[in-house]
Ligand binder design. Structure first.
Ligand SMILES: [Mn+2]
Length: 354
């Protein structure tokens, strides 16, 4: 079914073949997930059966799990290229599109396939992947529930004297215990002045009274990723801290209220940004409002001031406004959100303040 939809995209761009090397794309079209550093290739001729080329170590798993394609075992990268060239010639393909290719492979293909046009076209696949179907939405719901468990557990572990990585460990363990296939990305526990780093990772810094603590994490379910951030203050917040928390939650709420089908992503960003700007914190909101999520943690559509995307029913996006003050600290509130016709539904549901 998904392969047929990709073939429709190929017809639109006048391609007669599509070459996939990204493991998440292979999973999307065949249901087979290879290891993250796998060299593999799925070739889809417009007329003809798709063939998946995998390494000997992945062969049995691919045979058992890959649907809608033949599976061939290929022992080296050189042999993948030889086999691809054979298939391309056999099917007489003249315009092949691809998602991504290792540079040596691309150069080799160009060199040996004179007269064949080989061009990147990721949009064909993103046009499909950016709209989630019912099954994908159920996996994203599960991943979001697991992230809620992680955030609650992590927040309970926050107290003075504890190290950031200990909080990350507790949160990750809880998600794993409830069935997460891993973490959606490296868990961030950024405390004190480090909370002003938007990508703060987790260090051995010891939590102390008065710290902001940003906890940003995600889970994986059936390959699909979730993302949530909560910020807390250890002890009683100062007036400035309370103000920052309140503003960011208002910006977050504002974004959720305006999300619906056919709104420009740019407008959602602008609405949330305006809340922070109006109180003098516009410059401290360092990044875009958010991005799509699914098998990858960053996908289209993008919610930012430069985005040309338009939201559609079935998009799943991250909404993550924040304020970052160098040397002082930061606040971010983030949820994974499903776009409906008339509203945005929070799939991650932990309370803003716990
Ligand atoms: Mn996040």
């Amino acid at each position: 079914m998904r392969i047929e939809l990709l073939k429709n995209e190929m017809i639109k761009s006048k391609a007669d073949g599509y070459l996939i090397s990204n493991i998440n794309n292979v999973f999307y079209f065949t249901g087979f997930m290879d290891v993250s550093d796998a060299t593999l290739s799925l070739i889809i001729p417009l007329d003809g059966e798709p063939t998946l080329l995998v390494s000997p170590l992945s062969y049995t798993a691919a045979k058992d799990n890959a649907l809608n394609c033949l599976v061939n075992v290929i022992s080296t990268e050189k042999k993948i290229i030889d086999k691809l060239i054979k298939k391309i010639k056999l099917n007489n393909l003249k315009k092949i599109e691809f998602d991504t290719l290792p540079t040596p492979m691309y150069i080799e293909l160009i060199k040996r396939l004179k007269g064949v046009k080989i061009t990147p076209n990721q949009n064909s696949i993103w046009n499909l992947r950016r709209i989630k179907d019912e099954q994908e939405i159920s996996f994203l719901r599960k991943a979001s529930t697991l992230a809620d468990i992680g955030i609650k557990t992590g927040i309970q572990a926050i107290k003075t004297g504890v190290k950031e990585y200990e909080i990350a460990a507790e949160a990750e363990y809880a998600m794993r215990l409830h069935g997460s296939e891993g973490t959606a990305f490296d868990t961030i526990v950024a405390s004190g002045p480090r909370s002003a780093y938007p990508h703060g990772v987790s260090t051995n810094r010891v939590i102390s009274k008065g710290d902001f603590v940003i906890l940003d994490l995600g889970a994986i379910s059936s390959g699909y990723r979730s993302d949530i951030t909560r910020t807390i203050v250890v002890g009683t917040p100062t007036q400035k801290q309370s103000k920052m928390l309140e503003l960011v939650s208002r910006a977050h709420q504002k974004a959720l209220e305006c999300i619906h089908t056919d709104i420009n992503a740019q407008e959602v960003d602008a609405n949330a940004r305006e809340v922070l700007k109006s109180e003098g914190y516009g410059k401290q909101f360092l990044h875009g409002l958010g991005h799509g999520v699914g098998l990858d943690i960053h996908e289209p559509p993008t919610l930012s001031s430069r985005s040309e995307d338009i939201l559609k029913k079935g998009n799943v996006v991250i909404v993550e406004p924040g304020i970052y003050i160098v040397g002082f600290g930061g606040v971010r509130i983030e949820d994974t959100v499903l776009v409906h016709k008339n509203y945005g539904e929070r799939l991650t549901q932990a309370l803003y303040y716990l």
